[in-house]
Design a protein around this ligand. Structure first.
Ligand SMILES: Cc1cc2nc3c(=O)[nH]c(=O)nc-3n(C[C@H](O)[C@H](O)[C@H](O)COP(=O)(O)OP(=O)(O)OC[C@H]3O[C@@H](n4cnc5c(N)ncnc54)[C@H](O)[C@@H]3O)c2cc1C
Length: 302
């Protein structure tokens, strides 16, 4: 991919553009090689101009907190875009409405809602992603998902056009939305319910405690590797894995968490290949034992 013009463009803008940039430290798994271009837009103007110049000549990947992705070790032939701090703003639009930039961390949005006595955002205190990642994944836990609070999404397409999509035009399903893959979300507005801070705080504490018990923390993981099978409700996916695969299964440094069988862990220096071997092996064993085709929740980026 030719990038001379982008190198020139990089010298004339405030935002940072890096070349041959390591993605390993940009994701929770701590796995991955380099991307040809890493762009951190600090303004809408720079972002728009970049997209118009880039013209989809290579791949485009939009990165949030990197808590749901597994990057390949091979060179990513394109651009990884991660919104800069100017997209990290959050404010109250009305008594029960909030607008948040796409790079706002879910926990921060949850805290902001609490401080403003708006309920409905408590579940976000348990998800380590950003607003952008949550919109794409329809992330959720404890009976709530993004779809329950989103009012509208503001986005930019890869030609540089800005659009607003009302939530009624978005189809949210279990851990996915039909928002076009050719969109970068800039911000979203949310609707909650007026409540009181103490009730909200109690709910958050309850969720956090449950999370602490049910999921491992302080590990290099992408969270739930597979989705729970929709048409098979007898067992959760972690139970299917536990019953199909020995607990100490590993490939290189890629392990299954002893705390939660659907969390795969990079214990030290696992490579992309190790993690893929583990993923494929688990898929195969669950298919053999239960005749169920597991679907990935984490996104593989290559
Ligand atoms: C310890 C742990 C616990 C977790 N617990 C939960 C849980 O309880 N519930 C749950 O649902 N998930 C959970 N996850 C998964 C993950 O945190 C969520 O899916 C989260 O919403 C992903 O957000 P992110 O910003 O990290 O997205 P990333 O992982 O960076 O990206 C995920 C997807 O979103 C897209 N994306 C990100 N930002 C934008 C944007 N601005 N515009 C367009 N596309 C964008 C990416 O391109 C990619 O396709 C957990 C993960 C970990 C590591």
């Amino acid at each position: 991919m030719k990038i001379n013009d982008i190198e020139k463009f990089a010298q004339n803008i405030e935002s940072k553009i890096f070349f041959d940039y390591d993605v390993k430290h940009l994701n929770w798994f701590n796995i991955g090689g380099k991307t040809q271009i890493f762009f951190k837009p600090e303004s809408l103007k720079d972002l728009k101009e970049f997209l118009k110049l880039y013209k989809k000549r290579g791949k485009i990947f939009i990165l949030g907190a990197g808590s749901n992705i597994l990057f390949s070790d091979k060179l990513f032939e394109g651009v990884v875009i991660k919104l800069g701090k100017n997209f990290n703003k959050i404010s109250k639009l009305a008594e029960d409405k909030i607008i948040a930039g796409s790079i706002v961390i879910d926990r921060v949005l949850s805290d902001f809602a609490k401080e403003n006595a708006i309920s409905g955002f408590e579940f976000l205190s348990c998800i380590p992603g950003t607003v952008g990642g949550g919109l794409r994944m329809n992330s959720g836990c404890y009976g709530s998902e993004f779809k329950d609070i989103v009012l509208s999404v503001q986005a930019i397409d890869y030609k540089g056009n800005i659009i607003t999509i009302p939530s009624k035009k978005i189809k949210f399903n279990y851990r996915e939305s039909d928002l076009s893959n050719d969109l970068l979300f800039l911000s979203a507005s949310f609707l909650g319910k007026k409540s009181n801070i103490q009730d909200i705080s109690n709910k958050i504490q309850k969720f956090k405690k449950e999370k602490e018990i049910s999921q491992p923390s302080k590990i290099k993981t992408g969270g739930s590797t597979f989705k729970n099978p929709i048409n098979y409700t007898k067992h959760k996916v972690w139970e299917l894995i536990k019953q199909s695969v020995p607990e100490n299964t590993k490939f290189g440094d890629a392990f299954i968490s002893s705390h939660h069988a659907n969390f795969f862990v990079n214990k030290k220096e696992a490579k992309f290949h190790d993690m893929m071997m583990l993923i494929d092996y688990v898929k195969e064993q669950v298919k053999k034992k239960f005749n169920i085709n597991l679907e990935l929740e984490i996104k593989i980026i290559k």
